[in-house]
Design a protein around this ligand. Sequence first.
Ligand SMILES: *Cc1c(COP(=O)(O)O)cnc(C)c1O
Length: 419
Amino acid sequence: MDSDINLESLREKALSACQESFARYRKISTMNTEKVLDAFRDARLSDFHFHGTTGYGYNDAGREKLDEVYATVFRAPAALVRPHFVSGTHTLATVLLSLLHKGDELVSVVGTPYDTMQSVIGIKGNAPGNLTSLGVIYKEVPTCEGKYILDEIKRSIGPNTKVALIQRSRGYSSRKSLFIEDIKKIIKTIKEKNPMTICFVDNCYGEFTEILEPYEVGADLVAGSLIKNPGGGLAPTGGYIVGREDLVRLAANQMTAPGLENEMGSYTPGYRLYFQGLFLAPHIVSQAMMGADFAAEMFSCLGFDVDPVAGELRSDLIQLIHLRTEENMCRFCEGLQAYSPVDGYVRPIPGELPGYTDPVIMACGAFCQGASIELSADGPIRSPYTVYLQGGLVFEHSLLALMGAARTLTENETNHNES
Ligand SMILES: *Cc1c(COP(=O)(O)O)cnc(C)c1O
């Protein structure tokens, strides 16, 4: 069987079909790199800002400089960037807990939020201290065929709506990710109805995929994870919040303790990886988008439905590939895992995960545990047997790993047909 030869020619075909979108990503990356570079220059960043501190971390120059640079890059008046945030969820939860009190209303305006946020809100489970248990009223605006509905959003916002949660990326849902232009329209609609409603954007997976960020189109607060896009694959942990000064201060008091604000918190290893990661982030994001595009081309050539389709504009790093069978999902993940720089010898198998009803399979061989800015794929074992592919620090790696996945997939199909 000459499946290898076929795959090689498919690869060339897919690569040439991607050239237009690759050029687009290069352009976006250059503009965002300029944004980051300008922020570093304006902040007069120097090598001594990389040094860590101990104990309380008063006057930690690196921490303060990192806040300053993030605020500039995201065009916001204030920022709170901390390795002390254990994850994106922790960062987002800190914001929500700082803003919402008994009787306040929270509206998720683009369908059900990300899985872990459902526990924070209390849609799922009954974790102590979730928003619902604190007396926060939660509402959700459903999407229609994957699209947000402005009329419904408008109807959902009332005089008591304290916070509107806007999730930029699709996460692991079937709805479409939001473009900055969509976020702008949604915020405008909300503010027309109630100018006091705080528009809070979950920016996870969206940073640097376009040339504007949510604060520039009217968001009050924006937050995300540092082991995704803005960490550039180097930041070892943490999260960031940018936005209105009064609201960032509330979040800082929630994160530390009332009265401590943003003036404490040491980080002994130092901040070099945070600055350097942010410096690389626009390029890394372009590399990941190239990988996603190549995957869309390659696997649709192989006969699978993909979303976004090849060449479609992107506003996050997630690529869905509908693989149709459990066996295909396992083969795909096995092939991808074999091309991981870390744990390449491990064979992924479906397993139970807390909070998921179906077994989940996952290919991930990252330098930084769980960092989904690094190449990874996962999905629940259920129809239509979709893998969610994301990240990829280096396009060359994505190319090799996706070819590996394609090979494992087709080889086994051939064997299967022959047996
Ligand atoms: C990743 C992600 C989060 C936070 O997830 P963590 O794993 O806690 O960092 C929240 N929302 C969206 C849309 C995400 O993609």
